[in-house]
Ligand binder design. Sequence first.
Ligand code: BDR
Ligand code: CA
Length: 320
Amino acid sequence: MPIPVIMDVDTGIDDALALLFAVAHPQIDVIGVTCVAGNAGLEQVVDNTLRVLDLAGAADVPVAGGASRPLIAPARAASHVHGADGLGGIVLPESGRNAADESAVALMRRLIMQHPTPVTLIALAPQTNLALLLRTHPEVVERIERIVFMGGSASVGNATAVAEFNVWHDPEAAAIVRDAGAPTVMYGLDVFNRVTVQQARADELAAGSHRVGRIVGQLLGHRVALSEDESLTYTGLIGDAGAVCAIVAPELVRFENLPVRVELSGYGRGQTIVDRRPFAGEDRLHGLDDEWSRSDVALDIHADAVADLFVQTVLSLPGE
Ligand code: BDR
Ligand code: CA
């Protein structure tokens, strides 16, 4: 049986790649998609998400809009990364439908409680919607198989020197999600930054005859800026899509179950501290042992194999 998933996205170039991959993969059943502000404003994210699902032939998957800003922090733009429209200026045909009337929280709750088996949440964005769900309807935890999130880092950050964008954008939400009691899988920058499709392959896709492949090639070809002044850019990153690949091909990823905490103050705000010590240390002695919860943390990845899996899978979508 395919794995039932709800995807929470801020579409976003790599969220778009993740949606296409998830819809295409036979081991995944996308039962709903919820949207949150992050890479672009909420309205734009919803619009992008509907267009991407239409492209994937998944116009029947319900989509709901959620939080337009983080729980506490102000909304912040990421337009230097994904362009003002979130999709790097790549224009997809307008969707023939609107988002559902219900909110992201209501849709997630309904789908989770209705589904006959536990549901996997895939969080590829700031975790505001998930935190609101878990705080409003804690009963869903029993029905959640696990929460697989793109976010955090066991090494360096991107939004700041130590914090990854999704966690940094709404650290309180990330802390709530971590503590809610559902098993969590962290697909952070340590692996996220490594899976790229070669420029030549992306160009080939963009110029090819496959309808979805052409868009994928263009999305992969978008120059992602690593800093606001765009002094360093790169292309080809499958990004969020890697987290979905890790669900269907866990043998391509090395996970370790480790204690993780989210920092909420100072320059470290939004940092995920991953305790990789092989020994217990002195935390208890110093009264610092009460804010950790464990995650399966992705620390290494067979990047080329994951990139191949990604391309092969999206090309299985109808090409006409
Ligand atoms: C994350 O932030 C966004 O730019 C990407 O879509 C990804 O979810 C990486 O830090
Ligand atoms: Ca994202």
